[in-house]
Design a protein around this ligand. Structure first.
Ligand SMILES: *Cc1c(COP(=O)(O)O)cnc(C)c1O
Length: 271
């Protein structure tokens, strides 16, 4: 893992292109083993370790789903990128091809006092891990006249994870969320512990997939409940084999371009 400061743009582009090609190959292979369509797996590029130049390159290469784990960084970056794109589109005029805006995903723990900051930008909050957070999101959504798409973060590994709600609490929470029109539960998310063994990983991901299918089979959730966000750089192949529809990738994409080493990214402290 080589942190790179001020890497020339051409080098960033070449490395990112290579990494992306490798990742897409890995996704295709995992899909083929699981008899799945590679189109059914979306890459969320987690950009928290890289600077803005690398992020822009990622957009240029067609990565349209970007994930951040901190509220402040997400809102700042989204603001900058959207301004940049709007300016480009204005210059291109009516005849030009309009650049699309990326979709921002909040993947880290959300402090309730940061909701206002992220809501204007965020397409999907992956990390809803309490009733109170969901209720606040619902209330803010209602206030600004939109429906906030969320995933419920589930703790599939018991004692070994601090984040996510217990598997047993999921159906009840989903029923509660359905009463709140300001939010829409789109699916489930989990994070495997960093030290999980390959066999355990499969267990955690299968556990989430089972809960997901049970909820659909029992009619606890509607048509919109389609997403399973699981799998990071170290474990996304297994997650895809277990049914992931979104993989959240940082290091696998940005290896050789990271300015912030992964160990400098502690989760935001609980309130
Ligand atoms: C940082 C982060 C990722 C990406 O991690 P990598 O191991 O670099 O792929 C995915 N999900 C969450 C919640 C994260 O905080």
């Amino acid at each position: 893992m080589t942190p790179a400061v001020n890497t020339p743009v051409a080098t960033v582009k070449r490395r990112l292109t290579e990494n992306l090609k490798r990742v897409r190959g890995t996704i295709e292979a995992a899909c083929s083993r699981a008899r799945r369509d590679p189109e059914s797996v979306r890459i969320v590029a987690v950009t928290k370790y890289v600077d803005m130049d690398v992020l822009r390159q990622a957009l240029d290469l067609g990565l349209q789903d970007l994930g951040e784990s901190r509220a402040q960084q997400l809102s700042q970056r989204a603001g900058m990128i959207h301004e940049h794109i709007d300016r480009k589109n204005t210059l291109a005029g009516v005849k030009g091809k309009l650049a699309p805006r990326p979709r921002w995903h909040m993947v880290g723990h959300v402090q309730r006092n940061k909701i206002k900051l992220i809501l204007p930008w965020t397409e999907l909050v992956h990390s809803v891990d309490s009733l109170r957070l969901a209720e606040d999101l619902h209330q803010h959504g209602e206030k600004v006249g939109r429906v906030v798409d969320i995933l419920l973060q589930v703790n599939t590994s018991g004692e070994r994870s601090k984040f996510g709600v217990a598997v047993g609490a999921v159906p009840h929470l989903a029923e509660q969320f359905a009463q709140w029109p300001g939010i829409r539960l789109r699916g489930l998310m989990t994070m495997a512990p960093a030290d999980a063994q390959p066999g355990e990983l499969r267990l955690f991901f299968e556990r989430l997939h089972d809960v997901f299918t049970d909820m659909r089979d029992e009619g606890l959730v509607g048509q919109q409940f389609t997403e399973l966000s699981m799998g990071m750089s170290g474990d996304y192949e297994t997650a895809i084999e277990c049914g992931a529809t979104m993989v959240r990738l940082g290091q696998a994409l940005f290896d050789g371009m990271m300015t912030t080493p992964p160990e400098d990214d502690p989760p935001e402290a609980p309130e």
